[in-house]
Design a protein around this ligand. Sequence first.
Ligand SMILES: [Fe+2]
Ligand SMILES: [Fe+2]
Length: 251
Amino acid sequence: MQTRVDEIADGIYRLSTFVREIEPPAGFVFNQFLVLGEEPLLFHTGHRGMFSQIREAVSRIVPPADLRWITFGHFEADECGSMNDWLAAAPRAQVAHGETACSVSLNDIADRTPRVLANGEVIDLGRGKRVRYLDTPHTPHGWDAGVIYEESTGTLLCGDLFTQLGDGPSLTRGDIVSPAIAAEDLFNYSSLNPAMGATIRELANLEPRTLALMHGSSFEGDGGAALRALADDYDRRSCSRGFDPRANLAA
Ligand SMILES: [Fe+2]
Ligand SMILES: [Fe+2]
């Protein structure tokens, strides 16, 4: 297993590790993203077992000890398994996450006290990079789920949204919605809920120019349209399970 490093937007690096053994023959990738401000931020730490490999990949961009912020979609091994290894390796680093993640898991699990981010709160990383934290509870899964949006590049770091199989290019302008629908059919990984379509449409309103997927190629193009198409598919799934998203909107 090797970790590839590619710049997918100005100062945003995708660290990608392909695992052939998951759902062969297509396989599956695990991606972390480094946002290179004066205060470098890592979105997803990777599994604990991949720590030395991911640290080596980070070192191709910035000295790992200089990392300042660690954040991720939600509390799971691929998102944050090596969080405490990173806190040990980077003495100034601090985990930052939403109120739910901090109170439910991180205040206890993280070796240093995390910074609690309100929904919509911005961390100014310096060098023009600003990341906004957004709560997305139960979307695609995890009560504590959230994403971040880098304002200067219009990049939405989507976490597990649009999860798909295969080892595509680092950046694509092709279809990421159909492969995401196929992977949902296969894995059933989302916590279907009546608010899911509305939660994803809120993200679409950002009109992101780049979508950084944890499991798949990053996408460059009309990110709002891709998110709306994904939201439509989740509304379809919710309706088929007896939820009515329109009732939720009317409430
Ligand atoms: Fe996940
Ligand atoms: Fe994930």
